[in-house]
Write a protein that binds this ligand. Structure first.
Ligand code: SR1
Ligand code: MG
Length: 415
């Protein structure tokens, strides 16, 4: 594994980002020799530095520099983190771009000394989470992300790859430290009292009840084991709506630094779980019941469409290509049903961690009124619990949606 102590590694600042962009031969087609460049730091994630650097004379010529810090930005130097994640991200981007260029940002180059990737600037796009919080609709998103999921997951699985390539990829994408973050923050800490948990105090009773529900912890343990052991496909590993950039016409999945060989349902569940977190947030973000019902209908239609697109594209790019003797129709059905149930269970764990755990989401934690935040968080928690516990009774996407949408908040408490 590469080390952050390589002699030339240093975290960039604004001036450093400009000097860096000016010096790199790979960027000579974008920036002219000697021309004035400007930069800003735009990173709002939990882990890295992100700069935009542009030509002052023509800001259309902008690139994005993403640099791994040797520690977790959210917490500081007290939480060291290997910079190898930058290599993982660059290598995952290359594979995803080959498989789905329409939905993957273009990588200009990766600098292994600086743990830095230089990428296409997506300036006509918005982080999807921000758009959904404002109630913006993205008509092509569900279809696009369904295609992204089917192609990236199908083509990197044993269904398509030869025995050797698959195993080499598992080695290439072994990502222990970032997987450990997920193991801890998604599958461990929310289900026990820990110092890092961070939920609205108003719902403490609900959180304590959830943590003392042993039958729930059994199901979480099953999901955690599957996450850790089921090397099914090269998953993005952190495909929440903050890792997706969108507009009316285009969709890009960004930030695959958590990529590793894991269960397909982890990525699909991430998208669905985050759409449901937004669904829960609109309980208070959209007070008008008609407007709220309409936006929620849209969110649900997206869940249906993304799954149906995934199945259709998986059929075309995987099942239609495989040997029907080894992969009979009943096996294909069994395989997809497992993915659906995994998506429900893993998406559920990702919902519950965003309510209880260290790293929240703006959909919920950005709700200023405390009672409102507690109410929406309480609903999200109940949706997560139900999706996890009832996943094995689900036989199609409509069952999954019915389980989630039947939930109500427990807060405010009814006496
Ligand atoms: C401590 S890092 C917190 C979270 O940020 C990333 O986006 C992942 O979701 C991770 O769990
Ligand atoms: Mg990220």
């Amino acid at each position: 594994m590469s080390s952050p102590t390589s002699s030339s590694y240093h975290p960039l600042d604004l001036a450093g980002a400009i000097v860096y962009a000016r010096q790199r031969p790979e960027l000579r087609e974008i920036f002219r020799a000697g021309e004035e460049l400007e930069a800003s730091e735009v990173g709002d994630g939990n882990l890295n530095l992100v700069f935009k650097v542009w030509a002052k004379a023509d800001p259309r010529r902008t690139v994005v520099l993403k640099q791994a810090l040797p520690y977790l930005r959210l917490v500081g130097e007290g939480w060291p983190l290997p910079t190898d994640r930058a290599r993982i991200e660059a290598e995952a981007l290359k594979i995803q771009f080959r498989l789905v260029p329409a939905h993957t940002p273009r990588l200009f180059f990766y600098d292994p000394e600086m743990f830095l990737t230089v990428m296409q600037n997506l300036d006509r796009h918005l982080i999807m989470r921000k758009g959904l919080i404002q109630g913006i609709r993205y008509p092509r998103f569900a279809e696009h992300i369904g295609v992204f999921l089917a192609r990236t997951l199908g083509a990197t699985s044993d269904l398509v790859l030869d025995y050797k390539t698959k195993k080499e990829l598992v080695v290439q994408f072994t990502n222990p430290e970032l997987c450990k973050i997920t193991e801890d923050l998604v599958f461990t800490e929310p289900y026990r009292p820990t110092a890092r948990n961070n939920f609205p105090p108003e719902i403490e009773i609900q959180v304590l009840a959830l943590q003392s529900d042993e039958s729930l912890r059994v199901e979480v343990a099953k999901m955690k084991e599957k996450f850790m052991t089921h090397a099914q496909a090269l998953v993005h590993g952190d495909l929440h709506t903050g890792s997706i950039m969108v507009n009316n016409e285009e969709t890009f999945a960004i930030d695959p630094e958590f990529a590793f060989y894991g269960p397909m349902g982890f990525d699909i569940g991430a998208v669905i779980g985050n759409l449901f977190l937004n669904y829960a947030a609109h309980e208070v973000r959209t007070p008008d019941p008609t407007a709220r019902a309409a936006f929620r209908r849209y969110l649900i239609e997206m869940v249906t469409e993304l799954w149906e697109t995934f199945v259709r594209e998986f059929q075309r790019t995987v099942w239609d290509q495989v040997d029907p003797v080894n992969f009979p129709l009943d096996y294909q059905e069994y395989y997809l049903l497992n993915i659906l149930q995994d998506a429900a269970g893993m998406g559920a764990c990702k919902m519950m961690r965003r309510v209880i755990g260290l790293a929240g989401v703006a959909d919920l934690r950005g709700i200023e009124n405390r009672a409102d935040q507690a109410l929406a968080s309480s609903l999200a928690l109940n949706m997560g619990q139900a999706l996890l516990k009832k996943r094995e009774q689900m036989h199609g996407i409509h069952d999954l949606i019915a389980v989630a949408t039947a939930c109500q908040p427990s807060y405010p408490w009814k006496h």
